[in-house]
Design a protein around this ligand. Structure first.
Ligand SMILES: C[S@@+](CC[C@H](N)C(=O)[O-])C[C@H]1O[C@@H](n2cnc3c(N)ncnc32)[C@H](O)[C@@H]1O
Length: 369
């Protein structure tokens, strides 16, 4: 079809004007959605949603004063919020208020329901767009160091998506684990980032010892300072590249190994998983939280957050892996089928795939030698 034919199509060619109009409308929604996402991230980072949490109506000057921010910027942000249907506006008094039903998924006090935390991923990914466009042309990857806020946002994400479910839902996936942690075992978390899950476990289970390894010196420095601040003596962190973990791992050194969202963006994920197998003691268990999707793209069409996950994958998970030497670039959408294959190939005789009702994003693999 020539460009002229595409631009003046005829119904005889099977062209549906209604389909085209509906698609155009959808794209306009996409533009608005992208813009709202940026403003939602700003609202979270500046504390504006929290400043409006009580639902009390105020002028832009009142709200700016409550949040300690510049009124002109706050007024423009409020314009975007009103046009998005997030904040209500009374034209007669020029006042704004955040309805309680909206605050329930936008303020820090909403805990795991605060979706504004996740809005931060969009501007974070946008910050490396030039590098990504360059990779589309020349291949290669964008290294972790180019993402200025990634570890901060990821730690906030973990604080909401992992910590509240850890004791009640995630750890009980391994029968008797909590009892063993209470008695005292050796635990390792790989690709631990700022170590939120590990630190929480170290606080709960003082008889066990905990180690966290990650490539990022910045994330490990933050995790170490946090552990010191909390006075934890059963927890250590190390900067370590897990690309050679199949050779470096100490044999039978740990009873329980975890990865939280930390296999698919490794440069050499297979070496890390082989190392995990090697480092587990008899009776040891590996618990991996990773993205719940299919390895086959056509099976992800109805995934509730498929577009978001493929985008995060392309502009972060896949590219940070490709930036590492020989990086495999699995990406976040590597899927359950490939995950089970990689865990099995590494020598795990039993690989159980679990889903948790509260979590639409992840599945939980329980792997035993
Ligand atoms: C998506 S983040 C998850 C962080 C953490 N587990 C959490 O849930 O907050 C993946 C982590 O894997 C780490 N990572 C990537 N490649 C690595 C490598 N080759 N060696 C060690 N860590 C690596 C990154 O630095 C990052 O902290």
């Amino acid at each position: 079809m020539s460009a002229a034919e595409i631009l003046s199509p005829s119904p005889e060619d099977g062209y549906s004007a209604a389909k085209a109009a509906a698609f155009e409308e959808r794209l306009v929604d996409v533009l608005n959605g992208g813009a709202i996402c940026l403003m939602t991230s700003v609202g979270h980072r500046t504390g504006l949603f929290d400043a409006m949490a009580d639902g009390v109506a105020g002028t832009s000057a009142d709200i700016a004063a409550r949040a300690g921010l510049n009124e002109r910027y706050v007024r423009e942000w409020l314009g975007a919020m009103v046009a998005s249907g997030i904040v209500d506006c009374d034209g007669a008094t020029n006042t704004y208020h955040l309805p309680a039903e909206h605050a329930a998924c936008l303020i820090r006090a909403a805990g795991p329901n605060n979706l504004a935390v996740f809005a931060q991923y969009i501007p974070e990914l946008g910050s490396v767009e030039d590098d990504i466009v360059d990779c589309f042309k020349n291949g290669g990857g964008v290294p972790y160091a180019r993402f200025n806020r990634f570890h901060e946002v990821m730690a906030e994400d973990s604080g909401q998506s992992v910590l509240p479910a850890l004791r009640e839902h995630i750890l009980p996936l391994v029968p008797d684990l909590i009892e063993r942690l209470e008695t005292g075992i050796r635990v390792l978390d790989l690709g631990c980032g700022r170590g939120r899950a590990l630190t929480q476990m170290a606080e709960w289970f003082p008889n066990s010892t905990f180690a966290g390894y990650d490539l990022s010196a910045e994330a490990i420095a933050w995790a170490t300072a946090n552990a010191e601040e909390r006075g934890l003596t059963n927890l250590t962190f190390q900067v370590r590249d897990l690309g050679t973990f199949d050779r470096d791992a100490d044999e039978s050194a740990f009873d329980f190994v975890t990865t939280f969202d930390a296999v698919h963006d490794q440069g050499n994920p297979r070496a890390m998983v082989r190392g995990i197998r090697r480092t587990l003691d008899t009776g040891g268990v590996y618990l991996a939280q990773d993205i719940n999707d299919s390895s086959h793209v056509h099976e992800n069409c109805d995934h509730p957050i498929g577009p978001l996950l493929y985008t995060i994958s392309c502009m972060h998970c896949m590219t940070v892996s490709l930036a590492q030497e020989g990086g495999e670039g699995l990406g976040a959408m590597w899927g359950r089928q490939l995950a089970v294959e990689i865990f099995s190939e590494a020598g795990f005789g039993s690989v159980e795939v679990n889903e948790l009702e509260h979590d639409i994003q992840n599945c939980y693999y329980v792997c035993r030698p």
